[in-house]
Design a protein around this ligand. Structure first.
Ligand code: AMP
Length: 257
């Protein structure tokens, strides 16, 4: 689902539905209508997926860093990113882009920036649209377990579920060194850094309340990167976030002993 107002991106969501198709469509419409502004366009695209093309990945573990200001948050995020091997120059470029608007004219993008984690060079072919992660969702079990777990921690939010799914898919690809994100929703100021190494690190006060600029940066190891394959994985490869090993998904009656 993608919603816009005056041709500007408002919200988006991805689902993979097995039997619950008739339930998912109204949820997507409700999600579009509950964003910060009322959209004048909602587009829902439905594609048939070959079940044998679906791969499974585990969700990243979630933790939170409480920060008291956007400067404080930037310091915490930079530390996590540097620990993931991102160079100071790339960290600085990413922060500059996301705080000034990553598309031309300081606009938000629909998708993400792909950035060389060593040099800070932008690599996505379309620098207005970016690369949009699609075809990702939770298995029913994983969704329910994560809702319960996040609720117990007091951090359940639809946004956290959506972003955790995206981050788990993105970091499931070995060329991804880390991801940096904060929302363009002026009322939602918690951002995150995610990677296999750090897990999904929520960072509060990543931007000032009322600021409607945001975005995502995927930092990559450009050595051995096949950019077309990487983008294909992000946009087209169906991935389900599961709490069970992949083997169990295909052999549900098998006991691990
Ligand atoms: P959101 O957290 O939905 O407010 O999104 C924040 C920013 O992340 C947006 O402005 C887009 O630039 C980017 N974005 C949103 N959804 C996706 C996606 N599915 N794949 C890649 N980038 C996205």
């Amino acid at each position: 689902m993608r919603s816009t107002l005056n041709d500007c991106h408002l919200s988006g969501a991805e689902r993979i539905a097995v039997n619950e198709f008739s339930m998912v469509l109204p949820e997507l419409v409700m999600q579009a209508l509950s964003s910060c502004d009322v959209p004048d366009r909602i587009v829902i695209s439905v594609d048939k997926i070959d079940p044998s093309s679906v791969t499974y990945t585990a969700p990243l573990r979630v933790r939170t860093i409480e920060s008291s200001s956007s400067e404080d948050a930037a310091g915490a995020a930079s530390e996590v990113l540097r620990d993931c091997g991102i160079s100071p120059a790339a960290v600085e470029k990413a922060f500059h882009l996301l705080s000034t608007g990553p598309a031309s004219g300081g606009r938000n993008m629909r998708g993400a920036v792909i950035m060389d984690g060593a040099t800070g060079e932008r690599m996505e072919p379309d620098k207005s649209r970016g690369v949009r992660v699609s075809r990702v969702d939770y298995t029913a079990d994983a969704r329910q377990t994560l809702i319960t777990m996040l609720s117990k921690q007091g951090i359940f939010h639809r946004r956290v579920m959506d972003a955790l799914a995206i981050a788990s898919k993105v970091s499931g690809r070995s060329e991804t060194a880390a991801e940096l994100c904060w929302s363009d929703d002026p009322d939602y100021t918690t951002g995150y850094v995610a990677s296999q190494k750090s897990g999904y690190v929520r960072i509060t006060n990543m931007k000032k309340l009322g600021d409607s600029v945001g975005g995502r940066v995927f930092f990559v190891n450009s050595k051995n990167l096949n950019l077309d394959e990487y983008i294909f994985y992000m946009e087209k490869k169906p991935v389900l976030i599961s709490l069970r090993p992949a083997f169990m998904e295909f052999h549900p009656s098998t006991s691990s002993g």
